[in-house]
Structures are given as structure tokens and as C-alpha cells.
Design a protein around this ligand. Structure first.
Ligand code: HEC
Ligand code: HEC
Ligand code: HEC
Ligand code: HEC
Length: 162
């Protein structure tokens, strides 16, 4: 059978291929974490590991139980739907133990600019200013109350007047 006369090099190559595949299987056995595929195409243990991280954010309900006065100011203002911790940062430790962990008040120059600096990428309707021109270097809270930043008194702001 002259067709298979020179098949030796093909068989050696096939053997090499099988060997490489076995090496791959062994390496894979060591490298792939045990819980991989437990629930899907990911590490099953990852769920427990993430759940075990300490909680950083208390959530706005927690803040509101102790700071009802702030909520009263905020709920009818333009920041009604901005979460406390979006401005004050993660404060779970403070909420757990308010007498020992006292939050640092945010610096409005950086804080307000983060959301309100004019940018073409923001939706047209979103209130935006060029801070340097708008405030003339004055702190934002000179004119805006952070918890109810509209320029009208909170009572008239009900109903969404400018
Ligand atoms: C269990 C009650 C409690 C909870 C919950 C709580 N606070 Fe407080 N918070 C206090 C008390 C009491 C003080 C005053 C601490 C002091 O003066 O030593 C305070 C102080 C603060 C201050 C500083 C005020 C200042 O004049 O310096 C900020 C800001 C603040 N809280 C924000 C928050 C936010 C945001 C949350 C939600 C993540 C929150 N707090 C949750 C009780 C609470
Ligand atoms: C839009 C950003 C923003 C949001 C949202 C916000 N705060 Fe504040 N808050 C500030 C800033 C800025 C100050 C500091 C004002 C200053 O330095 O005069 C402040 C001050 C405070 C103070 C100190 C006392 C006072 O009234 O000035 C407390 C307490 C407080 N915030 C709690 C809260 C709680 C509770 C919530 C949620 C119900 C909340 N804040 C939501 C920006 C915010
Ligand atoms: C986390 C983002 C965020 C931060 C930080 C923030 N704001 Fe706002 N602000 C908003 C949103 C959201 C609205 C509501 C926009 C709307 O109604 O479409 C708003 C509305 C306003 C308005 C009302 C504009 C109008 O329509 O009359 C003013 C003024 C304002 N913010 C000033 C401030 C000032 C001053 C600070 C700093 C103390 C600040 N904001 C911090 C998100 C933010
Ligand atoms: C000297 C007072 C003053 C200071 C300081 C000031 N503002 Fe204002 N701001 C105003 C007035 C007045 C308006 C209302 C203008 C209007 O309705 O057209 C306003 C409106 C706004 C609006 C709404 C713009 C819109 O298109 O609806 C935003 C956002 C705002 N200010 C953010 C800020 C931020 C951020 C700072 C700090 C960098 C700041 N302001 C500092 C007086 C001030």
C-alpha cells in the first residue's frame, strides 16, 4: 500500500497532538478553581466571597431615621432623588456608631462640580454650569442650600417650580 508508505511522520505528529492535549487536561485540572461551573460559567465561591465584604453604604433609609430634619429640607427640593451617600460618601460605619465615627462635611467646590460641570456629554435638560464663571470663586453653598439647591424657597419648590 504505497499510500501509507510515508505515514510515519503523520503518526508521530498525531501522537504529539494527543500528548499536548493530555498535558492541557492536567494543567487545566490544577488551574481551574474547584467551584468553577458549580452554578454557571463562573466560580461558585465568588458569590460567598463578595457577600462577605463588609458593607460600606448604609442606604438612605438609615440616614433618614436619624436626620429627619435633613430629609424634610431635601424631599421637596431639586435634590430629592439624590441619595445622601452620593454626596456624603459611604457612611455605614457612621450609621452604626454615630458618636465615634463623625463624617467630614463634603467640600462643595469639588462635590457640586462633579455632577454639575457643563459637558457636552450630559443630557441637555440636566442643570449644568461652568463653575468658575457661575460662582466667581465663591463656595456653592453661599447661594445654594446643598439639600435643596433650587433658588426659590423650599415651600414654593413643591410641584417643581424652578
Ligand atoms: C443612628 C443615628 C444616625 C444615623 C443612622 C446616621 N447619622 Fe449622621 N449623625 C448622627 C449624629 C448623632 C450626629 C452628630 C455627631 C456629632 O456631632 O458628634 C451625626 C452627624 C452627621 C454628619 C455631620 C454633621 C456635622 O455637623 O458635622 C453628617 C454629614 C451625617 N451625620 C450624615 C449622615 C448620613 C449621610 C447618614 C446615612 C448614611 C447618617 N448620617 C446616618 C446620627 C446618625
Ligand atoms: C447634593 C449633595 C448632598 C446630598 C444629596 C445630601 N447632602 Fe448633606 N450635605 C451636603 C453638603 C455639601 C453639606 C455641607 C454644607 C456646608 O458645608 O455648609 C451637607 C451637610 C450635611 C449635614 C450637616 C448639617 C447641615 O444640615 O448642614 C448633615 C447632618 C447632612 N448633610 C446629612 C445628610 C443626609 C441625612 C442626607 C440624605 C437625606 C444628605 N445629607 C444628602 C451635601 C449633600
Ligand atoms: C450626585 C450628583 C449631584 C451632586 C453631587 C450635586 N447635584 Fe445638584 N442636582 C443633581 C440632580 C440629579 C439634580 C436634578 C436635575 C433635574 O431635576 O433634572 C440636581 C439639581 C440641582 C439644582 C437645580 C437646578 C434647577 O433646575 O433649578 C441646583 C441649583 C443644583 N443641583 C446645585 C447643586 C449644588 C450647589 C451642589 C453641591 C452642594 C450639587 N448640586 C451637587 C445631582 C447632583
Ligand atoms: C453668587 C451666588 C451663587 C453661587 C456662589 C453659585 N450659584 Fe448656582 N445659581 C445661582 C443662581 C441665582 C441661579 C439661578 C439662575 C437661573 O435660574 O438661571 C443658579 C443656578 C444654578 C444651577 C442651575 C442651572 C440651570 O441651568 O438650571 C446650577 C446647576 C448651579 N447653580 C450650580 C452651582 C454650583 C455647582 C456652584 C458652585 C461652583 C454654584 N452654583 C454657585 C447663584 C449662585
Amino acid at each position: 500500500m504505497s499510500v501509507f508508505k510515508d505515514a510515519g511522520h503523520l503518526l508521530r505528529f498525531a501522537g504529539l497532538f494527543v500528548l499536548a492535549f493530555l498535558v492541557f487536561l492536567v494543567v487545566r485540572g490544577y488551574v481551574v478553581p474547584k467551584s468553577f461551573g458549580q452554578y454557571g460559567h463562573y466560580r461558585g465561591n465568588a458569590i460567598g466571597e463578595i457577600a462577605a465584604h463588609p458593607i460600606q453604604y448604609a442606604g438612605h433609609q438609615a440616614c433618614e431615621t436619624c436626620h429627619a430634619d435633613v430629609l424634610d429640607v431635601k424631599k421637596n427640593g431639586k435634590h430629592a432623588h439624590v441619595n445622601c451617600e452620593a454626596c456624603h460618601g459611604a457612611l455605614a460605619k457612621h450609621a452604626d456608631d454615630p458618636s465615634t465615627v463623625k463624617p467630614v462635611l463634603p467640600d462643595t467646590a469639588a462635590l457640586c462640580a462633579r455632577c454639575h460641570t457643563a459637558s457636552a456629554a450630559k443630557p441637555k435638560g440636566f442643570p449644568q454650569v461652568v463653575p468658575a464663571e457661575h460662582s466667581n470663586g465663591m463656595p456653592c453653598e453661599t447661594c445654594h442650600q446643598p439639600h435643596s439647591p433650587g433658588m426659590d424657597a423650599p415651600a414654593t419648590a413643591v410641584g417643581g417650580a424652578k
